[in-house]
Write a protein that binds this ligand. Structure first.
Ligand SMILES: Cc1cc2nc3c(=O)[nH]c(=O)nc-3n(C[C@H](O)[C@H](O)[C@H](O)COP(=O)(O)OP(=O)(O)OC[C@H]3O[C@@H](n4cnc5c(N)ncnc54)[C@H](O)[C@@H]3O)c2cc1C
Length: 435
């Protein structure tokens, strides 16, 4: 009897234990399911937020592009010089020109890094002269600014510096160029400027400071001496207001004052460093975060030898092509590693074909060493006007009478149908140019 009761108790206890285990398991799986649901919900909310932000970005960029197209213009537009600001550096050879549209209609918001192409009547010149100048400020609807360094014996820079006054009128084409900072994203950027090549970078930094002040920016600026830096104080003031911005100034041929000014740090305090020497790949690796080759985008503009060295160093560091952007103010363009030079496919330049210049009545064999049709023409005493040598300005646009050509790089200037930009073109077949 006692044994029977004990067996019943044990069975009851075991049953209760079983129920308890089942209950606890059920509870645990309920909690798990609830947790999963919550985290799924959070993920869904996050995903929705991301989607909403991306739709908003797309919509904004669509309207910006639409407005840019509507406000842009074909051909030339008249601009009045509103203000002339001399001495933009201590050397006193850089002046800014503020231009307002003569028709008083609003201006398209250009992309930071773009330039204006001026078509000018310069006293003493029988032909119109064409020069490009980068827009050096953040986009505004009422005025544009260009910042010009006077080069020794320079025709147009001299004209701007010595003859253009407030109230004068100049003709310019709409902003152009693909050397632009992507303002739809916020990835970190490294702006590497040499000399007057700083002008598009000023536009980029000013725009970032106004629209994305928290964006990570590294402003690396090389000049011959400390007195040549353009807008140095302004750059420093931008670094002071943007918490993730840094600036490095290096003087290539330092004076005693430059040597004495060396100091500062990019890591802390002012986030401004002053040094001497050159901007090299080793220096970039030393100062930038170790992940920069994968995470940062690089923009460089300056003397061709500096840009060539920088671009090659970035490639060697493993920075992908789509993160390396550069612009040459001419006349030479960047030499990339031979393996990277554009080749292959149906765009491959022709071998052994002839190029005829109809106006000059000359036919010469295509010489691949010439690299471009413009260089071939010049080597054979045929004058074709040119300026940027990079397919940007349209000065070397020449009618093609017969045959096909291809470009060695994408042009920024839209050449008219039936013409080619000889400074970046090579023949694909036997070719006749109207030059
Ligand atoms: C996309 C782009 C953007 C640019 N942005 C800017 C900018 O923001 N700011 C800026 O200052 N510049 C900029 N430039 C450069 C600018 O377009 C001009 O090339 C520059 O101002 C020089 O033009 P110039 O007419 O004064 O000189 P040029 O008369 O063209 O002369 C240039 C140099 O060649 C020398 N030279 C000319 N003829 C001869 C000869 N027969 N024999 C020997 N030497 C000669 C001159 O002494 C001078 O040193 C940009 C260029 C491009 C392509």
């Amino acid at each position: 009897m006692a044994i029977g009761a004990l067996t019943t108790d044990v069975a009851q206890a075991a049953g209760l234990l079983l129920v308890g285990v089942v209950f606890v398991r059920g509870l645990v799986s309920c909690i798990d399911a609830w947790r999963r649901m919550r985290s799924n919900q959070e993920a869904t909310v996050l995903e929705l937020e991301r989607l909403r932000a991306s739709v908003a970005r797309e919509a904004l960029s669509f309207w910006k592009r639409k407005e840019q197209t509507e406000l842009s213009w074909n051909g030339l537009r008249k601009f009045q010089v509103k203000e002339v600001v001399a001495n933009e550096n201590e050397d006193g050879d850089v002046t800014s020109f503020h231009l307002v549209p003569h028709d008083e209609r609003p201006l398209p918001l250009f992309r930071p890094g773009q330039f204006l192409t001026f078509v000018l009547r310069v006293p003493g010149e029988t032909r119109r002269v064409i020069r490009c100048y980068s827009l050096s400020d953040a986009p505004r609807r009422d005025r544009y600014r260009v910042t010009i360094k006077r080069v020794p014996k320079g025709l147009v820079s001299g004209f701007f510096h010595t003859q253009l006054r407030a109230g004068d009128i100049v003709d310019a084409r709409a902003p152009a160029g693909n050397f632009c900072l992507d303002m739809e994203e916020e990835f970190p950027v490294v702006l590497i400027a040499g000399g007057v090549g700083v002008t598009p970078m000023l536009s980029m930094f000013n725009t970032v400071a106004a629209e994305q002040p928290d964006r990570e920016v590294w402003f690396l600026y090389a000049a011959h001496t400390g007195t040549a830096f353009i807008h140095r104080e302004h750059i420093e003031s931008l670094v002071a207001t943007c918490p993730n911005a840094h600036a490095l100034f290096v003087a290539g041929s330092p004076t005693a004052a430059d040597e004495a000014a060396v100091g500062g740090s990019l890591d802390s305090g002012t986030r401004i460093r002053v040094g001497t020497g050159r901007l090299t790949g080793d220096l970039l690796k030393e100062i930038l975060p170790s992940t920069a080759a994968r995470t940062h985008a690089f923009y460089t503009c300056g003397p061709p030898p500096m840009m060539t060295a920088i671009v090659q160093a970035l490639e060697a560091w493993g920075v992908s092509d789509d993160r390396i952007h550069y612009e040459a103010f001419g006349p030479a363009s960047i030499r990339k590693k031979p393996a990277e030079a554009k080749a292959g496919g149906s765009d491959e330049p022709a071998v052994g074909v002839e190029v005829s210049f109809s106006k000059s009545d000359k036919t010469v064999p295509w010489d691949a060493d010439a690299e471009t049709l413009l260089a071939l023409a010049q080597a054979n005493g045929i004058a074709i006007e040119c300026n940027c040598l990079a397919g940007n300005c349209g000065t070397c646009e020449t009618a093609v009478r017969d045959g096909e050509f291809t470009y060695v790089k994408d042009p920024s200037y839209d050449a008219a149908p039936g013409t080619c930009l000889t400074c970046i073109a090579v023949p694909k077949t036997k070719l006749t140019l109207d030059a």
